[in-house]
Design a protein around this ligand. Sequence first.
Ligand code: PEP
Length: 250
Amino acid sequence: MRRKVIAGNWKMNKLPNEAIEFIDSLAKLVKDTKNEVIICAPYTDLFYVLLQAQGTNIKVGAQNMHFEDSGAYTGEVSGEMLKAIGVEYVIIGHSERRQYFNETDETVNKKIKAAFKHGLKPIVCVGETLEQREQGLANDIIRTQTKLALDGLSKDEVKNTIIAYEPIWAIGTGKTATSEDANNSIKEIRNEIEKNYGKDVAAEVIIQYGGSVKSKNAKELFETSDIDGGLVGGASLDPEEFSKIVNYDK
Ligand code: PEP
């Protein structure tokens, strides 16, 4: 049975003092869950979050990384740097990075490979725009993004990749895909993985749903056959609300 993984993506929010307070509150609220809890914080909060999360069941992720290890890339942070401070996860290819920072399927693939090289676990985002969905292209888009993102990885690496299916029209908009639609899209992604890496890999890989997940809709989404938890943006900023999503099964 696959585990449920609930990851918060704070995006460009929270100063260090707010981050410390958040982890302190959340730790108490989620200490009894058997679900995996991850907080993906801005770079400037990571060290504080890591310290505060010590001895709790909260794991820590970054929101992006560069694919090179070091060099003349002003403003960038490498996987090696994240690993050195104790970060475990890294979001790669979030739609906001694809949209505003020229992230492509090629850079996503390079970053995933660099993440594994440094012992980080990638959370890879795929998802279609509203226009693509209305044109009936959603399944093609998510299958292609999945294929290109994972290209050249070993079976073991694919098993250790978390995929987040995030329809772009549902991110930060308050619109959620129905649990049935989200589950069907995630089955498409799983089928694509099965086609390229076999049934056993596809059966193991964690695939989350992301897009306006809240405490009100988490249970319905996460209890479907193929949705293995969520990547949560807005609702991850409040410890009470986020803890209710983590504890959806209580
Ligand atoms: C996200 O940023 O990955 C996300 C899903 O955001 P929200 O939950 O706010 O829609």
